[in-house]
Design a protein around this ligand. Structure first.
Ligand code: CP
Length: 316
């Protein structure tokens, strides 16, 4: 695995999940693997989980880690051919090129702009980073995907599934701000790649891009979707069709104890951060049904499995 930007970069998904499980069982078993190697993490957006879990994972593998918050006070130009007489002081080509000279492995987090769908879905920032950095790149969330989150989510499902073929529901939930589709896209992509059946529930107009949901069942009836579910993954996303549109008034889509009662002992999942009593009622978050902390912990083991595979590839 050279780069890690989507499930398509993973040659053997089952083996990667098994690797994450092995990392969880013995976190320091490979602490000499990364010795002498460096990892640079570059964040265009704020992060708690991705930043700290990836750092924890890297240290468990003996990597030396540097982190740069580029979101504040460091504007990069990402378009080619522009006259740079605006706010951006540096072009991503030079910035990523410099980072490639400083580190053996690079990580980058960038969010969707939610104004230009084509630019977001072409992953222009991530692609330029890969091209100009000249080093293996791990996505710490990009405009359209969050693969480290999805690997952690898949590991969590494997650990907690009550039956071999659980009923998994991804449901849209309300939120006051316009959020990217990345977590939802990625969750659908990974769950389907793992061979599970997936139902996606969302209000009309909030259907995800078909490239991520081929094979899933789509419904606009949340209550029906929740019937008999074993896992309920709630997430807000803004519209893909009317790109970036939101629906904060759809409070009827918030996950409540009454809705969870429709499930088959369903476990609640969310990538965090989550807005209590907006996305999900606090009684659900605080109940034994919630897996959100397990998901967050599994971010360490997901990142460690991915960095392990990338380090092995460096040596190959
Ligand atoms: N789930 C997730 O990516 O969290 P952070 O934004 O805190 O990294």
């Amino acid at each position: 695995m050279k780069h890690f930007t989507s499930v398509k970069d993973v040659p053997d998904l089952e083996a990667l999940v098994a690797r994450a499980r092995a990392m969880k069982a013995r976190p320091r078993a490979h602490e000499s693997l990364g010795r002498g190697c460096t990892l640079g993490l570059f964040f265009f957006n704020a992060s708690l989980r991705t930043r700290l879990s990836t750092e924890r994972a890297a240290r468990n593998l003996g990597l030396e880690v540097s982190i740069m918050d580029a979101g504040r006070g460091w504007q990069l130009e990402t378009e080619d051919g522009v006259v740079m007489d605006g706010a951006a002081a540096e072009h991503i080509r030079e910035a990523a090129g410099v980072l490639g000279r400083y580190f053996d492995l690079l990580g980058v987090r960038t969010f969707a702009g939610l104004t230009d769908r084509q630019a977001d879905y072409e992953e222009r920032v991530l692609q330029r980073f890969i091209e100009a950095g000249g080093r293996p790149v791990v996505s710490l969330e990009s405009a359209t995907r969050h693969p480290l989150q999805s690997l952690a989510d898949l590991l969590t499902i494997e650990e907690h599934k009550p039956v071999a073929r659980p009923r998994i529901v991804l449901t849209w939930a309300p939120h006051p701000r316009a959020l990217p589709q990345a977590v939802a896209n990625s969750f659908a992509e990974w769950v389907l790649a793992a061979g599970y059946e997936l139902t996606i529930a969302c209000p009309e107009g909030f259907e995800l891009a078909p490239e991520f949901t081929k094979g899933a069942t789509l419904t606009h009836d949340q209550d029906a979707a929740l019937e008999g579910a074993h896992f309920v993954y709630a997430k807000n996303w803004s519209a893909w069709r009317d790109y970036g549109a939101t629906a904060p008034h759809r409070t009827d889509w918030m996950i409540t104890p009454e809705k969870m009662a429709r499930t088959e002992g369903g476990r609640f999942m969310h990538c965090l951060p989550v807005r209590r009593n907006v996305v999900v009622h606090e009684a659900v978050l605080d109940s034994a049904a919630s897996l959100v902390l397990e998901q967050a912990e599994n971010r360490i083991w997901a990142a460690q499995a991915v960095l392990f595979e990338m380090l092995k590839n460096l040596d190959a």
